[in-house]
Design a protein around this ligand. Structure first.
Ligand SMILES: CCC/C=C/C(=O)SCCNC(=O)CCNC(=O)[C@H](O)C(C)(C)COP(=O)([O-])OP(=O)([O-])OC[C@H]1O[C@@H](n2cnc3c(N)ncnc32)[C@H](O)[C@@H]1OP(=O)([O-])[O-]
Length: 663
């Protein structure tokens, strides 16, 4: 088993002998060298095997060149040998995606010479004896010509365009294509030189550091802790065999599919007949499509549908996914508490409501936690597991383990409005609206955010998810209403600046893609092609005139700083309040749940990269200009970190601990 270089050593002194000369020496050896691959051979591990004359893999082995996921390329000859061995198209696929392949697939590619179910080393020794007297000249991959399709220039052009489109500003996938192009067009030695130059650029890039940080952050979130001192390693989960989902709207359907696909028996309850029929059809379709993609049988028989909440009496865990309305959810929790076994965990898929209020409706509030999925729930990797003041470590451990079993990256977070993800989204969305009021257009704001690396800018995203969702929440909060004295929308609510722009669009029936109009216009309802809307531009002009707002030129820097730094500032408040245990939790939530570009590490890592003093200074600047926007006021923890000399992100927890103990 060889998982490649020790990622902690990147950027510092690497231990052990230099890999490239060692691989060259193996390849140049006059005796045959056979690599026996068991478990995994990734990165440098596979590059070493590519220097050998033959490769034998166990049938359960996996191989791959995952360097691109760490912001690098296979820099020990991998980018030059792999295309020579398996051809340019297959090598481009493996190197630009970093995906792991099974032994069977590796054999199909010609990456390994033989696979075995027996002891790999024994088989490799026998193999070596068999080939001992065969000439090695034809086994040294660096001497192979690179197998290219005749239209290789067109192929590289197409791949480069596709990679640029999907890389969202990440440089490693592009460098990977350039390195493979060098293999296809240059002699081996020159190709190696090009690989070295490209690797040197990547090695010192901030993106590689961000991706390597993120590798460890993903693993760090599994080591959760609660302010009570409960921890992942001292809290045992209870096994869950049978689960239930209550409410089969979009979220409930996705959650049911995720559970069934992972092998859980699911009781899926929907009280409305028509909705239940539609849900059954939709869930079966999702399961069948997923099974076809994975080449397995659809898990249709794992689900029992029902209209009656009584049918969940014997399940181990329930996930409530009814409409986002506190009164309704409270009622459901009262019913569940009466119907279920006393030991059943009761979880809510709320995206921001108070878990404690729900827990208070039940006999066993310690068994209540939030399980906040992201749409579409069977696809999106993120799960926020939300503990309230009464939630037991057992309930948190069980929800975290269930998340893992259904393939989610689960992050344990505290209970507050919006939890971590949606709480941080609020100032970000708010700033985007303020920027429109002050002179920007939705297209410009989105362009800046998409250039930064978000899959979608804030306004395109809002059109996709539907403007009416937030409108209903703001109405319930008493925000989205005209001023009772004037009947006019006001720009001040509850003592702070408020933008009613989203509410005004909803009043016009502009709910986004589904109505064919939102921040953009669409050819027809449901279309995904967003086009700038002249109506919206005149509407903004009129709005500014009505409120005596003078449009000013807003540049790229202002959009980025106001949207991102206000969100980051909220992230520091979340850390200060103990809602997230550390910056890694926030960063993992943002990358997996909100399409934050992974090559920027996550919002908190990005703040560290920009420099905490710069973030502080710019927030102070904007807060001075907008004193009625509290989210721009730099929080105590940020000031404290800057005053402590802006320690590296790995040391923030020490400062956070001090700040929390002073509160
Ligand atoms: C010039 C040429 C240089 C060569 C470059 C390369 O080789 S680039 C290629 C570089 N290689 C890669 O990109 C491979 C990266 N690794 C993987 O993809 C997966 O770990 C796995 C598939 C090997 C095992 O998955 P799994 O779910 O069974 O296990 P898990 O993921 O939970 O890990 C268990 C523990 O091991 C830790 N750890 C693991 N690998 C490394 C590492 N390389 N380094 C350091 N640490 C590593 C991991 O952090 C965790 O520690 P914790 O949190 O317990 O303290």
């Amino acid at each position: 088993m060889h998982s490649g270089a020790d990622i902690k050593e990147f950027g510092g002194q690497m231990s052990g002998p230099p890999l490239i000369p060692m691989i060259h020496a193996i390849e140049a050896a006059s005796k045959p060298v056979v690599a026996a691959i068991e478990g995994i051979a990734l990165g440098g591990g596979l590059e070493l095997a590519l220097g050998c004359h033959y490769r034998i893999a166990h049938s359960k082995a996996r191989v791959g060149l995952p360097e691109v996921t760490l912001g690098l390329l296979p820099g020990a000859g991998g980018s030059q040998r792999l295309p020579r061995l398996i051809g340019v198209p297959a090598a481009l696929d493996l190197i630009t995606t970093g995906r792991h392949v099974t032994a069977a697939e590796a054999l199909k590619f010609g990456l390994v010479d033989q696979i075995t179910d027996h002891n790999t080393v024994n088989v490799a020794v026998k193999f070596a004896q068999r080939v001992a007297d065969q000439p090695l000249d034809a086994r040294r991959i660096s001497t192979y010509p690179c197998l290219c399709p005749s239209d290789v220039a067109v192929l590289f052009e197409e791949v480069m365009q596709r990679v640029r489109r999907t890389a969202r500003g990440a440089i490693a996938p592009i460098a990977c294509v350039q390195a493979v192009r060098a293999a296809a067009t240059l002699p081996y030695n020159q190709g190696m030189e090009r690989e070295r130059e490209l690797m040197a650029t990547l090695f010192t890039s901030g993106q590689a550091r961000a991706l390597q940080y993120f590798f460890f952050a993903q693993r760090a979130v599994g080591r959760w802790s609660m302010p009570s001192g409960a921890r992942w390693d001292t809290s045992k989960p209870r096994p869950v065999h049978k689960a239930a989902v209550i409410g089969l709207g979009t979220m409930g359907r996705g959650i049911t599919v995720a559970l069934a696909q992972a092998g859980f028996s699911v009781v899926a309850v929907e009280t409305q007949e028509k909705q239940l029929m539609e849900a059954k059809q939709a869930i079966s379709g999702m399961l069948e499509r997923g099974a076809k993609r994975r080449g397995v049988a659809p898990a249709l028989d794992k689900i029992n549908y029902g209209r009656n909440i009584q049918s969940v009496a014997d399940v181990d865990l329930v996930i409530e996914a009814v409409f986002e309305d506190m009164a309704l959810k409270k009622k459901v929790f009262q019913q569940l508490s009466a119907v279920c076994k006393p030991s059943t965990f009761l979880c809510s898929n709320t995206s921001g409501l108070d878990i404690d209020q729900l827990a208070c409706q039940t006999r066993n509030p310690e068994l209540v936690v939030g399980m906040h999925f992201f749409a579409p729930a069977h696809v999106m990797k993120l799960l926020e597991v939300v503990y309230g003041p009464k939630s037991s470590p057992l309930a948190v451990a069980t929800a975290m383990q269930l998340g893992k079993k259904i393939g989610k990256v689960s992050v344990a977070v505290g209970n507050c409005r919006g939890f971590v993800g949606n709480r941080m989204l609020k100032p970000y969305l708010e700033q985007a609206l303020f920027l429109l009021e002050e002179g920007a257009t939705p297209e410009f704001v989105d362009q800046v955010l998409e250039e930064f690396g978000f899959a979608m800018g804030v306004f395109r995203m809002s059109d996709l998810s539907g403007l009416d969702v937030g409108w209903k929440v703001r109405m319930a909060d008493g925000l989205a209403m005209p001023d009772p004295t004037t009947g006019q929308p006001t720009r001040l609510r509850q003592g702070r600046r408020y933008s009613p722009l989203g509410d005004l669009l909803c009043e016009q029936g502009r709910f986004g893609q589904k109505t064919g109009r939102g921040w953009y216009q669409y050819d027809k309802p449901g279309s995904q092609v967003a086009k700038p809307d002249p109506w919206l531009h005149s509407f903004l002009d009129e709005y500014r005139a009505r409120h005596a707002l003078v449009a000013h030129r807003i540049d790229h820097q202002e959009v980025l700083e106001r949207c991102l730094y206000s969100m980051i500032n909220e992230g520091f408040r979340i850390l200060e309040d103990g809602i997230a245990a550390g910056p890694e939790d926030i960063d993992v939530i943002y990358v997996f749940g909100y399409s934050w570009p992974r090559h920027h590490g996550g919002p908190m890592f990005y703040a560290a990269t920009v420099g905490l003093n710069k973030v502080l200074e710019r927030l102070e600047h904007y807060y001075q200009a907008h004193p009625d926007v509290p989210s721009l006021q730099p929080c105590h923890l940020l000031r404290k970190l800057v005053a402590s000399g802006s320690p590296p992100i790995q040391k923030w927890r020490e400062v956070i601990k001090k700040v929390r103990s002073q509160l």
